[in-house]
Design a binder for this molecule. Structure first.
Ligand code: MN3
Length: 249
């Protein structure tokens, strides 16, 4: 009993330190998300804390999946990335610039694990708790742009969902801003992303969906389409619009 209590207190203190709460879209979550694009000033990659608790995306993504995904998969990419980069790796540039520097001469260890680091970091940031499953759609300038380019928000969702469901094997589906400033939906295999010059379609991602089986298999098994359908409920549209507006500046 006493041990459990101590454990609980320890965990609570740790979660407090990380600023992790399980409440709905609080101010503290928004503030944490603002740090997303900051350049790190360290000499190694570190695991970004989730802006919500492991159970925060329930019932759409389950707690166990989130915990394993964050502490084992994401942490695993970061560990391997730190082992793969050379001593004089340039940490002074942004994570986006680091991804852009990946080309066909980059080692697979750096390419795969830098992608694993960056893609998940974005993925956590563009989701938010919505336990009641309230209607969740883009708003503001981003919504207008989606409407003008895809004729309706529903059409956009359908196109994105179709592409995500058709990714063969492991990969990602993206909404990017391309070099012409236009929105575009694209997919990548493995841990590649559209910032990398090895990607056939290039641009800066503002929304991404992990369709690796590790992202959904515990809850959804082989039913990727159900996972995709439920994921729309927890997309953090204010964050996605913020990323969009930063690029349009
Ligand atoms: Mn993943």
């Amino acid at each position: 009993m006493e041990n459990n209590r101590r454990d609980f207190l320890k965990k609570s203190a740790l979660l407090g330190l990380l600023g992790i709460g399980t409440k709905l879209i609080g101010k503290e979550n928004i503030q944490q998300l603002e740090n997303f694009s900051n350049n790190p000033t360290t000499d190694s990659f570190t695991l970004p804390p989730l802006p919500y608790g492991y159970g925060g995306l329930e019932p759409f993504i389950d707690k166990q999946t989130m915990e394993i995904h964050h502490t084992k998969h994401h942490q695993g990419y970061i560990n391997k990335l730190n082992a793969a980069i050379g001593k004089d790796y340039d940490f002074s540039i942004s994570d986006e610039e680091k991804c852009k520097s990946v080309n066909d001469k980059t080692s697979l260890a750096v390419r795969n694990n830098l992608g694993g680091y960056y893609n998940h970091k974005l993925f956590w940031a563009i989701m938010r708790p919505n336990p009641e499953g309230y209607h969740n759609i883009a708003e503001g300038k981003l919504a207008k742009e989606i409407q003008s380019q895809f004729s309706s928000f529903e059409n956009f969702q359908k196109e994105f969902s179709d592409k995500a469901s058709k990714v063969f094997g492991s990969g990602w589906c993206w909404l990017i801003v391309n070099s012409k400033g236009k929105l575009e939906i694209t997919t990548t295999a493995n841990q590649d992303n559209p910032l990398m010059s090895v990607s056939t379609v290039q641009g800066t991602p503002i929304l991404c969906l992990d369709v690796w089986e590790h992202a959904y298999y515990l809850k959804y098994q082989n039913k990727r389409a159900d996972y995709i359908k439920n994921w729309w409920v927890i997309v953090n549209w204010p964050k996605v619009e913020e990323l969009y507006l930063q690029l349009k500046k």
